[in-house]
Design a protein around this ligand. Sequence first.
Ligand code: CNA
Length: 297
Amino acid sequence: KTLDESTANARGDDIASLARYMQSKTCRNVFLMLGAGISTAAGIPDFRSPDTGLYANLARLNLPYPEAVFEINFFRRHPEPFYMLAKELYPGKFRPTLTHSFVRLLASKSLLHTCFTQNIDTLERRAGVPAGKIIEAHGSFATQRCIECKRPYDDEKMKKAVKEGSIPRCENAKCKGTGKTRRNEFGEEEKERGLVKPDIVFFGEGLPDEFHRAIPTLREADLLIVMGTSLTVRPFAMLAELVREGCLRVLINLEKVGDLGDREDDIVCLGKCDEIVQELARELGWEEELQKAWEAT
Ligand code: CNA
């Protein structure tokens, strides 16, 4: 056997035993931890993949360092790079992947307890995963508000601004922004209103309350599947350590990440998530249903 064949066989065995476990009575509450890698097949670049990731392709934005584009203090001074990127990443033009449809299937089979996602692309919702099962830990592009006075900003105006490449500002007449003044179109001095930002969590901002509220439920997990994430962003990455010892943990990713693989029963399946999920669906007898669910998206 070649090394490749042995690896493929080992993966096949792992997937078969995972499927058996999922079909057993013990496996009632499935939790997911998702990241940008489940959306790369939809055409959305992730952050950290070499060559294709956003961080490798940000030179054109003239940033002091790549993460600055998602830092709240940098955004307050220089919103332009973020809005250039938002134009490319804005939801609407991307279709869910097979992996997103697999999540939907888990929900329709009453196996899914909670899907924790770091993704901001809203593709879980678009694939039909019930909103009540999703925790968008880093927020999403679905809504937006002023970063100073926090007044929500209109969805349609936001779409238009992103499309046109303009930078939206708060429309609350009382918004004082950062206190800076500027001259308006009539030559009068007025306070510059705050910048509008999608409700995605930037570095330097807190995670949504619903994320914190959902953490204790992880103790109920019988199975945790971690997919498409480098597990480098905290506190999200810590969730994988919070499931009880007896909970089966599975990693489906291009590379090994976090401490997945360190516990005796952990399963590590390295490869593209769409391919592995398809193999798993085959083992579960869900292949046709998965295909149909995906075609319907
Ligand atoms: P990341 O740090 O870029 O890591 C992605 C991981 O996925 C890496 O380990 C890759 O090897 C792996 N990967 C890439 N493609 C595949 C594939 N087809 N199959 C399996 N594995 C794959 O991204 P994280 O999500 O870990 O980082 C967290 C950030 C990224 C969050 O704050 C997100 O908001 C942010 N982000 C989100 C999106 C999105 O919503 N689609 C896109 C880019 C960045």
